[in-house]
Design a protein around this ligand. Structure first.
Ligand code: 6PG
Length: 469
């Protein structure tokens, strides 16, 4: 009986495309899906003629795999993964490897690494990015977990046309890295959306003009997948020659990975403000009925601003670029915080390279990030790297003009504004937190440190009696 090099459980779009990709690269793949009809349709349809073996039961599936077995699981994150593992694990033998390629939460992956290790199995939590097209032709893969499995799975994970795949680290670090990727993806999409909103409303540009602007930007500092697909989207017309984009309802969905990144940033006490604004911007957009009611009640003040020349498009470019730098600076700070909290030794320059191709946030800009971490591997924040400090300094005047203009005309730019607030806070030698400390001490005797005493000495004042400490 023919045996397979690797198995795939879960034949939704990503699973199917990864199987075809692996088959293209010389691997024989056994496939199993809970609903057999999907397996049959896949094997007789897109996979016809490829080295793909359809199986109808999990026992048959496991029986078709070469040992030590390698099984990729591509099912919905959460309970579905645990359900698949519960059926699969009893059929596996010592040394077998399970790779979860879904968008699992990093804590689930850390737990599964331990659970499988206790049974003599290896678990790899591999974040995979690139959507349908990436899965088919070469995604970005961020594997982490049981490092003993890496030499075994390296071949298949690095060979399937994957431009970017390397070992990230232990536990759930692969899925953590994917989660930060997704948070950054939310931020990148929001900073682009704000540029579109400003061009459309404040400058009154039409879709064709905006497509042109994004196309030009995509050839410069902002060269990236998301900027380039935005140009395509803006340039797309429907059967009547009207821009397709204008017919799309302005209420954004989300599956939750951006939110997870923000929750983790709050847990670790690190700012991920731009991504948080991006998540909330989607939430606010989805409150469409309430937005309409409010607009009727108090009016929608947004107006086109006159007297802004073509230079304002350049200002928007600078606001986008600077905000993007802040967002990545915050994302890498968070990775650093997670690394110290969970004891991971992460190579940040290499992580930037994992995102350089294949994934949704792929961009030329990631090479600059790698270069910054090569210059200083323990760089606490990209803003402290000379290249990025200079880039922010150069972009700052346009960035400020954009935020100020948006505030004046009443157009929301939460990502640009919060990025600017972070930039201004981060380089402030003095913030008003002394007042916060005084208030805390006043109402709760929470104590405070003093500017004229060493850190770690705490003081309390009786605020109702002047002259007392
Ligand atoms: C990727 C994407 C992908 C994500 C979708 C949808 O890297 O290929 O991040 O994993 O699930 O883009 O995400 P939302 O529905 O949350 O926008």
């Amino acid at each position: 009986m023919e045996t397979a090099d690797i198995g795939m459980i879960g034949l939704a779009v990503m699973g199917q495309n990864l199987v075809l990709n692996m088959a293209d690269h010389g691997y024989t793949v056994a496939v199993y899906n809970r609903t057999t009809r999907r397996t049959t349709e896949f094997v007789n349809g897109p996979a016809a003629g490829a080295a793909v073996i359809g199986t109808e039961t999990i026992e048959e599936f496991v029986g078709r795999l070469k040992r030590p077995r390698q099984v990729v699981v591509m099912v919905k994150a959460g309970r579905a993964v645990d359900a698949v593992l519960a059926g699969l694990i009893p059929l596996l033998d010592e040394g077998d490897i399970v790779i979860d390629g879904g968008n699992s939460h990093f804590e689930d992956s850390a737990r599964r690494v331990k659970e499988l290790r206790d049974r003599g199995l290896s678990f790899v939590g591999a974040g995979i990015s690139g959507g349908e097209e990436g899965a088919r032709n070469g995604p970005s893969i961020m594997p982490g977990g049981d490092e003993a499995a890496w030499p075994e799975v390296k071949g298949v994970l690095q060979s399937n046309g994957t431009p970017c795949c390397d070992w990230v680290g232990p536990d759930g670090s692969g899925h953590y890295t994917k989660m930060v990727h997704n948070g950054i993806e939310y931020g990148d999409m929001q900073v682009i959306a704000e540029a579109y909103h400003l061009m459309r409303v404040v400058l009154g540009m039409d879709c064709e003009q905006m497509a042109g602007a994004f196309r030009t930007w995509g050839e410069g500092l902002l060269d990236s997948y998301l900027v380039n697909i935005t140009a395509d989207i803006l340039g797309h017309v429907d059967e009547n020659g009207e821009p397709t984009l204008e017919r799309i309802l302005d209420a954004a969905g989300q599956k939750g990975t951006g939110k997870w990144a923000v929750i983790s940033s709050l847990d670790l006490g690190y700012p991920l403000t731009l991504v948080a604004e991006a998540v909330y911007a989607r939430v606010v957009s989805s409150l469409r009925d309430q937005r309409f009611e409010a607009a009727e009640l108090v009016g929608s003040g947004v107006k086109r601003a006159d007297g802004l020349g073509a230079g304002f498009v350049d200002d928007i470019h600078d606001a986008l670029y600077a905000s993007k730098i802040v967002s990545y600076a915050q994302g890498f700070m968070l990775l650093g915080a997670a690394a110290s909290e969970y004891g991971w030794n992460l190579d940040y320059g290499r992580i930037a390279q994992l995102w350089r191709e294949g994934c949704i946030i792929k961009a030329a800009f990631l090479d600059d990030i790698t270069a910054a971490f090569r210059r200083r591997p323990d760089l606490p924040n990209l803003i402290l790297d000379r290249f990025f400090a200079e880039a922010l300094d150069k972009a700052e005047p346009g960035w400020r003009r954009v935020v100020a203009t948006a505030v004046q005309v009443g157009l929301p730019v939460p990502a640009y504004a919060s990025a600017l607030a972070f930039y201004d806070s981060y380089r402030s030698k003095r913030l008003p937190a002394n007042l916060i400390q005084a208030q805390r001490d006043y109402f709760g005797a929470h104590t405070y440190e003093r500017v004229d005493r060493p850190r770690g000495e705490f003081f309390h004042t009786d605020w109702t009696r002047p002259g007392t400490d």
